[in-house]
Structure formats: C-alpha cells, structure tokens
Design a protein around this ligand. Structure first.
Ligand code: CTP
Ligand code: CA
Length: 228
C-alpha cells in the first residue's frame, strides 16, 4: 500500500468499477438476483487504491466491507447502476465486474403478490436490462481509454468471451470459468483468461486480490503507454 503523499502507477487516474449483483424487484418484498459475491470487484477497487488511483466503486447489494479510500455508490437495480456509472464518468479506466441481472420483471407490483387460490402457476414476464458495459464501451463522447469486462462462462468460454469483446466495445474481457470443476462463484480464488485482440493469456489460479493486483498492474502499464 502507498504511504500518504506517495505516488503509484495510477496516481492522477480515475478508475470506475462496478461490483456485486443487481436486485430486480418483483414486488415490495421479492426480487430476482444472482450468486455474485462482489469479492472480485471489491478486490479490484482495493488494488486500484493501492496503485494510487481515485476510485469510484458502484456496487450492488453485497455483504462486504467498503474498500477504504474508495468513493462508494450503492445501487440495487441495473438501471440504477447504469445511472450511477454515467454520472461518475469521465474515467481513465472502467472495469465492469458486476453480475448485472440480464432481465427485470416487466412490471413492478406496488403491493405484495398473493398466491393464486387455485394453485395456478404464476407467470412472470421479464424484459432485458440495459447493458452497462456496452453503453460505456460504445460511448462516442465519454468512453474511458481502457474498458474491461468480465465474463463468467460455463462452456465454450473463449469463444463467448471473444464475441463479447467486440459486441461491448471492450479492450479486454477477463474470462473466468465457472464450470463445476473450477471457480465456483463466491469463492476466494479465481482462474482467469485475459482475452484481447492480441490474443489470449491464461493465468494460474490465484486469490481474487492477486488477480486484482495483476490486472491493475497490467492496466497501469497500458495506460502509461497511451495517455500523457
Ligand atoms: N454487463 C453489463 N450490463 C449488463 C450485462 C452485462 O455491464 N446488463 C457486463 C458485466 O459486468 C460483464 C460483461 O458485461 O463485465 C459480461 O457479462 P455477461 O453476463 O457475461 O454478458 P451478457 O452480455 O449478459 O451475456 P450472457 O448472455 O452470457 O449473460
Ligand atoms: Ca449476463
């Protein structure tokens, strides 16, 4: 960690990170969510602070301590996350680690849904949420110089990650295998593959903070090459 007044490789840079899941309300007491713990995103915020950056962390609901020194914006839904991200720009580096819910209920009920008295199934209609990473990565006016996405895949990992690189206007996709044999979601370790237009680099299984530190070091190097 930096001593007060010391400078690091990201001193003077603004790093914007999304982390955690989003919650999409069905009614006042129920929501749709996913198994993201926020550990990898919060670790990236810590590593960026260690490297001297000014860090904004937009976080969905997680049960983790706040990384010391980051500006934290807490949100619940994907649409709130997009709004917070857009307000936090400009940034030099955007890292999208959040597991944004792909869908939300098409209508939010103002009162608690009651069971059908006849035991009929409940049909929920879902609509797609905005894609935060694609919005930032393809922004004509506010695109950070470096835009990095994550992709948790259970199968055909590299093929899916490569497609996301282009679709979302990213410089890099950090693909992690969440198949049954490797990185179970919520754990403390991660096995990742860096997918860029230059090719694919596979890292050994590391703790999430080590993945974060190596990734931030790589981003700092790249930014030094492209920014004044
Ligand atoms: N992402 C985002 N907003 C969304 C969905 C995804 O910002 N609405 C970001 C995630 O934070 C991640 C990247 O996009 O960095 C890839 O997420 P992923 O769920 O793998 O991609 P999707 O496009 O949602 O595709 P899939 O059908 O595989 O879920
Ligand atoms: Ca998704």
């Amino acid at each position: 960690a930096l001593q007060p007044g010391a400078t690091g490789p990201l001193t003077g840079r603004h790093v914007l990170i999304t982390s955690g899941p989003t919650h999409e309300p069905i009614d006042p007491v129920r929501y749709i969510a996913n198994r993201s713990s926020g550990k990898q995103g919060h670790a990236i915020a810590e590593a960026a602070i260690e490297a001297g950056a000014t860090v904004t962390l937009v976080s969905g609901p997680v049960s983790l301590p706040d990384p010391a020194g980051a500006r934290i914006i807490r949100v619940e839904t994907a649409r709130e996350m997009l709004d917070a991200v857009e307000h936090a720009l400009p940034a030099d580096l955007f890292v999208a680690t959040a597991a944004v819910a792909d869908w939300r209920p098409s209508r939010q009920n103002d009162s608690k849904l009651k069971k059908h008295s006849d035991g009929e199934p409940l049909a929920l209609s879902l609509i797609e949420n905005p894609d935060i990473l694609a919005t930032v990565g393809r922004s004509a006016s506010a695109r950070p110089r470096l835009v990095i996405g994550f992709a948790a895949e259970t199968d055909r990992l590299l093929e899916h990650a490569t497609a996301k690189l282009d679709r979302k206007g990213c410089d890099m996709i950090v693909a992690n295998d969440v198949g049954p044999t490797t990185g179970v979601m919520g754990g403390d370790r991660n096995t990742v593959h860096l997918v860029t237009r230059a090719g694919i680099e596979s890292w050994p299984t590391l703790s999430k903070i080590d993945v974060a530190r190596r990734l931030i070091a790589r981003c700092a190097e790249t930014l030094t090459g492209i920014l004044p």
